[in-house]
Design a protein around this ligand. Sequence first.
Ligand SMILES: [Fe+2]
Length: 288
Amino acid sequence: MKDLLSLGYLGLYGDADEWRRFAVDIYGMQPVYDGEVLRLRADERAWRLAVEPGTSPGVAYVGIEVESSQHLGDVMARIKKAGLDVTEDKHLALARNVVRLARTTAPDGTPIELFTGAMVMSDPFLSPTGAKFVTGKAGLGHVLLLVPDLAAALEYYTKVLGFRISDAVRVAEGSDAYFLHGGLRHHVIALASIPGANGLDHIFTEVDSITTVGRAWERVEAGAAPVVRTLGQHANDPVTSFYARSPSGFAFEYGVNATVIDDEDTWIFKRYDSIYLWGGHIGPAGHL
Ligand SMILES: [Fe+2]
């Protein structure tokens, strides 16, 4: 198998109290406070989401997990060869509870932290809603980034970071979204270009049961958070999910039955004509 890349963690700027209500009460993540930073657990790891105090809500850092120190060195070398800055940071590694970490910025402006050696806790993960998140080697989930230059972003995320294209989906006439995997999870990074929009569109987390998704959907339908997309099933990665607007502005997708690419040698690149098989209607807080 090729070197594995996955979404390890996400740091964001936002209001900790609002995020606690959002991520804990709706989705069943477990809150842990580290000073004024709210950290949210989803599995045996020390944390998966961190809510940092900031002046404007949005993404603070995207943690991409590489599978070894050797792999980290390889990716760093490719970033330098592309003429971009990348810095290994021991203090930041300590703060993030990982063994090695390098920070860099993607050409689209996304702050990226490449890391390996995440801390696993002896205290078990306890979900207040009974949610079981699907993580493991496939990582936390995925992010969809809205980028100003799709071709340049595809070049960077594939040739420099090492992701591979899974498929493309027509989102509008003459406009496709691209879905990139780093092994196992169908997409860790998705890229789309929408005039006037830039940055993190949404984060996806996966749970193991439609019951868990359905109960969370009922909380959102009852008004716990603004609806971005109603419950529906995607076409390319036929996950059943819904989207709600997070306190930091971007959407939070919560779903079940995400695709695993277990044999990259037999995977065929395809282009889909639609985002959804059913459902997924744009809600009051939707924008795509
Ligand atoms: Fe998604």
